[in-house]
Design a protein around this ligand. Structure first.
Ligand code: PRT
Ligand code: ZN
Length: 222
């Protein structure tokens, strides 16, 4: 009986701010992915690679659980999902990809006076990233509270749900539109290729081929 072919499973965001660039990168590496209309799995004919399409928040878990071998995710999500968990111990950043750059920042209503971190003592900060925020507050010995919200974080202060926010900022236009001012940048992020530390020799060989191609693509773009 023929042995089952070893294929590398890659986790990508299905749709959102990472997905287009992720697909573009794989395509430039020669991985044209045949995808059925509603399929969440695409297969490459050219290399032994399958791609699973997921919510970005699920990428670290799928890789650490061994369902996928590598994945593309923002460092912000990777850190939030793995901070203080066993999950993080299985994972390593294989390569920084240089796209979807953004920062995680604390922002306050523009009326609020801000001189230093001392000014947020006792504040409630709405965020989708409570672990990264709490870690930052603890490191700086600031007693403030992270209030977890899944989305629309920017409206929390005007609704009286929080005194400020800690959210992803790119151009700053969203903060400005909500009357908020960025006062502390706490984490700089970009998309990364995350991988499971324990991978079979066969899978690692496929990964090495992909990494070589990514390096080639990036060198050609310079
Ligand atoms: O559906 P799924 O769960 O997969 O996606 P998502 O909605 O959780 O994430 P998505 O697609 O919005 O973002 C994916 C990743 O892109 C993030 O985890 C970041 O690593 C990265 N990224 C880069 C951003 C931004 N730029 C960004 N601007 N993620 C979010 N934003 C949002 C931010 O939350 C805020 O609402 O854009 C707004 C701020 O943008 P500016 O330009 O107005 O400052
Ligand atoms: Zn998400």
């Amino acid at each position: 009986m023929k042995n089952k072919e070893t294929r590398l499973n890659i986790a990508l965001q299905k749709s959102g701010r990472l997905s287009e660039k992720s697909f573009e990168l794989l395509s430039k590496c020669g991985l044209e992915l045949a995808q059925g209309k509603r399929s969440l799995i695409c297969r490459s004919q050219e290399l032994p690679v399958d791609v699973l399409l997921l919510r970005d928040d699920d990428v670290p878990t799928f890789v650490s659980e061994g369902v996928c071998d590598i994945g593309i995710v923002g460092q912000n999500v990777l850190l939030e999902e793995t901070l203080g968990t066993k999950e993080g111990e299985n994972l390593e950043t294989v390569m920084e990809l240089g796209f979807s750059g953004c920062r995680l920042s604390i922002a306050l209503p523009k009326e609020k006076e801000y001189n230093s971190l001392e000014d947020i003592k006792g504040c409630k900060l709405a965020t989708t990233y409570p672990k990264i925020l709490q870690n930052f507050l603890d490191k700086n010995k600031i007693n403030a509270m992270a209030v977890k919200m899944e989305g629309s974080v920017e409206i929390a202060p005007s609704l009286g749900l929080a005194d400020g926010i800690c959210d992803i900022v790119s151009s700053g236009a969203t903060l400005e539109a909500h009357g908020l001012v960025e006062v502390e940048k706490i984490f700089q992020s970009q998309a990364v290729l995350v991988g499971r530390k324990n991978m079979s020799v066969e899978k690692r060989a496929i990964l090495v081929t992909i990494l070589e191609r990514i390096k080639g693509v990036r060198a050609a773009a310079k």
